[in-house]
Design a protein around this ligand. Structure first.
Ligand code: HEM
Ligand SMILES: *[C@@H]1O[C@H](CO)[C@@H](O)[C@H](O)[C@H]1NC(C)=O
Ligand SMILES: *[C@@H]1O[C@H](CO)[C@@H](O)[C@H](O)[C@H]1NC(C)=O
Ligand SMILES: *[C@@H]1O[C@H](CO)[C@@H](O)[C@H](O)[C@H]1NC(C)=O
Ligand SMILES: *[C@@H]1O[C@H](CO)[C@@H](O)[C@H](O)[C@H]1NC(C)=O
Ligand SMILES: *[C@@H]1O[C@H](CO)[C@@H](O)[C@H](O)[C@H]1NC(C)=O
Ligand SMILES: *[C@@H]1O[C@H](CO)[C@@H](O)[C@H](O)[C@H]1NC(C)=O
Ligand SMILES: *[C@@H]1O[C@H](CO)[C@@H](O)[C@H](O)[C@H]1NC(C)=O
Ligand SMILES: *[C@@H]1O[C@H](CO)[C@@H](O)[C@H](O)[C@H]1NC(C)=O
Ligand SMILES: *[C@@H]1O[C@H](CO)[C@@H](O)[C@H](O)[C@H]1NC(C)=O
Length: 313
């Protein structure tokens, strides 16, 4: 399965490198459908799931598939720099920060790399099991980004629709994310897509949509998953974030809670407050090996083709 997929991806990448830029995507075909066909030939639910698996896994841990079009992707779990600001997202995923919304009034420490970390992702799997926090997060990312990219075959057993939380603000609110952090995440998604041959015009479309929907503060209730209706979607909420068009700051209550350090070793150097007051992680820890060697995390994969704007900076 793994090798078969990689072989198919290789062929597709080669095809895309040659054909996509010249021909372009028909306006009546979604980005998901178009690149599933280009890379994997048959536009089936299973192949759409494979496309999203490749893009999300690569965005999270960096490029791992043998053939790509020559674009190196560091990955969301790797330390980096965005617009001149150092970024380190791993502590939000490895339990280093008490930043997960589990329903209380402050964030809690949760290890989202508890399903084997990077190793299963490199085998095109979400986790080594199907009960870990990592499994839930990564599969939800496959589902969510599939909807964002218009996967027409999604919704059945081969590729379920999104079943996670409705409001992206609610999910991310105790992370108190900045413009540099969200911009870096979106940039990695865009670079992942680019590494598989997605054309710049398509990257720009998705990047703008991701940025305007999630990388702004006080965004008005917006429907992303149609069946879930309009929800608060601002993921960027700290003082560095751009204000959304038609902003509705009152709906966000105005108060933000900065995450505290739960485990200084895992958190590394972060800008978060070092006041310790966190809680326990639900699962045993796991240390994943990332390409840069330092980071260990499992991320939500979320962004598949985001922020191209950032990509071109
Ligand atoms: C375009 C930007 C982003 C999108 C669309 C996005 C989307 C998502 C989605 C769909 C989930 C799963 C929610 C669920 O399972 O109910 C999630 C979870 C998560 N995201 Fe993001 N995300 C984005 C940016 C970020 C950034 C910048 C970080 C910073 C580290 C981040 C960290 C996380 C973490 C730690 C979780 C797990 C939280 C939990 O399950 O409670 N995300 N994200
Ligand atoms: C898109 O439009 C072309 C030309 O009008 C048509 O041949 C094709 O079947 C359409 N594709 C879809 C998915 O509707
Ligand atoms: C596409 O589907 C056809 C018909 O079911 C099948 O013969 C072919 O092997 C499939 N190709 C790929 C790459 O899956
Ligand atoms: C990542 O992509 C770069 C650029 O194509 C390539 O040089 C490198 O070998 C890739 N890394 C892996 C692990 O595939
Ligand atoms: C980059 O940072 C500068 C200065 O902080 C800011 O004015 C600009 O809006 C930022 N650009 C992006 C794309 O985040
Ligand atoms: C989870 O894994 C177990 C053991 O491999 C398997 O029996 C079960 O069907 C799986 N459940 C799902 C929802 O995939
Ligand atoms: C802002 O609100 C105006 C008036 O309701 C509406 O026409 C416009 O489309 C909205 N813009 C965005 C980006 O939501
Ligand atoms: C705002 O605060 C109220 C009262 O504490 C709470 O019920 C509501 O869920 C909060 N809204 C958001 C978007 O956090
Ligand atoms: C912090 O995390 C490291 C690495 O997982 C672990 O070895 C250590 O026991 C943790 N410290 C505490 C206080 O939990
Ligand atoms: C933390 O910062 C110090 C000083 O800048 C640096 O020497 C150290 O390597 C950093 N540690 C981590 C884990 O990034």
């Amino acid at each position: 399965m793994f090798f078969k997929t990689v072989a198919a991806a290789t062929t597709a990448a080669a095809v895309l490198a040659v054909g996509v830029a010249a021909d372009g995507r028909p306006s009546n075909t979604s980005i998901c459908d178009y690149y599933t066909t280009a890379l994997l030939t048959n536009n089936t639910a299973a192949n759409q799931m494979t496309l999203l698996t490749l893009v999300v896994n690569t965005a999270v841990i960096g490029n791992y598939t043998k053939p790509n079009v020559g674009i190196s992707v560091p990955g969301i779990l790797a330390k980096g720099t965005y617009n001149g600001t150092a970024v380190n997202l791993a502590p939000y995923f490895n339990g280093g920060l008490a930043s997960t919304n589990t329903g209380g009034s402050v964030g809690r420490s949760v290890n989202f790399l508890d399903g084997g970390g990077a190793a299963p992702l490199m085998k095109n799997m979400p986790a080594m099991d199907n009960t870990s926090n990592q499994y839930t997060l990564i599969t939800h990312l496959y589902e969510y980004f599939g909807v964002l990219l218009g996967c027409s075959m999604q919704g059945g057993g081969d590729y379920p629709g999104y079943t996670g939380h409705e409001s992206m603000y609610s999910v991310h609110k105790f992370m108190d994310l900045s413009a540099a952090e969200v911009g870096y995440f979106i940039q990695q998604v865009a670079m992942s897509a680019a590494s598989f041959g997605v054309a710049q015009d398509d990257l720009t479309v998705v990047g703008k949509a991701l940025s305007s929907t999630f990388d702004v503060k006080c965004a008005p209730p917006t429907a992303v998953i149609m069946s879930q209706g309009p929800q608060l979607q601002s993921i960027c909420i700290d003082e560095t974030c751009a204000l959304a068009v038609n902003s509705t700051c009152d709906m966000y209550n105005g108060t933000t809670v900065k995450p505290t350090v739960a485990n200084a070793t895992l958190a590394g150097n972060t800008t978060a407050s070092s006041t310790a007051s966190s809680t326990t992680s639900p699962s045993s820890s796991s240390t994943s090996t990332s390409k840069s060697g330092a980071v260990a995390v499992g991320m939500s994969f979320a962004a598949i083709f985001g922020g191209l704007a950032a990509f071109f900076l």
